[in-house]
Ligand binder design. Structure first.
Ligand code: MG
Length: 262
């Protein structure tokens, strides 16, 4: 069932969106060679709680972290660890969510650890552009397939893979609501988008194959070929005035790419 939100509810949601973005920004600011993912996780948890939020992922389905910290070939659901250290040239995706007044924020960003290869940078930039292309389609009267098509078309035109098994989703008082928001699709197909829907759009795009599997820890999803995967996510409201990004703080909806580009 799709929960349609009133304009007042969408306004209420913005606090959760803002804190989730600030938490993501904090995680990104701590990225450096030698730091453990657990250290970043603890800092983000403290930050969310200090600002009156509840870490939305911690305990969700038994997930042990406040952030998902997915390095290189890890697509999603990397578990923060005190013995997993970042290395120069890695990419790391943080997925962070904060619950505020019962509303659940959700957003993700792939950060560079120091200098990364041109090839991997290209993957990240295109994935970020896929998110923008998907958001642009999130208007009343369009269909879910328009979002999926926009993401898939851009990614595949660059020769990248589009992960099928993990998708965006409706969000609100629960982290995962209907509908699913796939990163692939056909124009004009699927659920019709209407004013008052809040959805998380989150392309997961791979340098090589999009085929993947879950590691023995039961959580972490990795590419079968071991090549890198990038992941960017914003939560948006569909309004008559167009898509409104709800996961934004005072600095806006985007984190900073290497070189200062947003
Ligand atoms: Mg999500």
């Amino acid at each position: 069932m799709i929960h349609i939100k009133t304009p007042e509810e969408i306004e209420e949601y913005k606090q959760a969106g803002s804190l989730s973005k600030a938490a993501l920004r904090l995680a990104g600011s701590l990225v450096r060679p030698g730091i453990s993912t657990r250290e970043i996780d603890q800092a983000v948890e403290g930050f969310i709680r200090l600002h009156g939020g509840i870490p939305a992922f911690k305990g969700y389905g038994g997930f042990p972290g406040t952030v998902c910290a997915s390095i290189n070939e890890e697509i999603v659901h990397g578990i923060p660890s005190p013995v997993r250290f970042l290395n120069e040239g890695d990419i790391i995706t943080f997925d962070t969510g904060a619950t505020v007044n019962g509303w659940v924020g959700d957003n993700a960003w792939t950060f560079y650890v120091g200098e990364v290869s041109t090839e991997v940078k290209g993957l990240c930039e295109v994935t970020r552009d896929c998110l923008k292309a998907g958001i642009a389609q999130a208007v009343p009267g369009n269909h879910l397939g328009d979002i999926g098509y926009a993401v898939q078309h851009l990614a595949e035109s660059h020769g990248y893979g589009v992960v099928r098994e993990y998708v965006g989703h409706g969000v609100g008082r629960s982290m995962h609501e209907d509908p699913n928001v796939p990163n692939y699709g056909k124009r004009g197909r699927g659920v019709k988008l209407q004013e008052g829907m809040i959805i998380a759009i989150e392309p997961m795009i791979t340098l090589g194959t999009y085929k993947n599997h879950v590691l023995g820890n039961g959580w972490t999803v990795v590419t079968n070929d071991g090549l890198q995967s990038a992941h960017y996510e914003n939560t948006i409201a569909i309004t008559k005035d167009g898509p409104v990004i709800l996961t934004q703080d005072d600095e806006g909806p985007w984190c900073v790419m290497q070189g200062g580009e947003k």
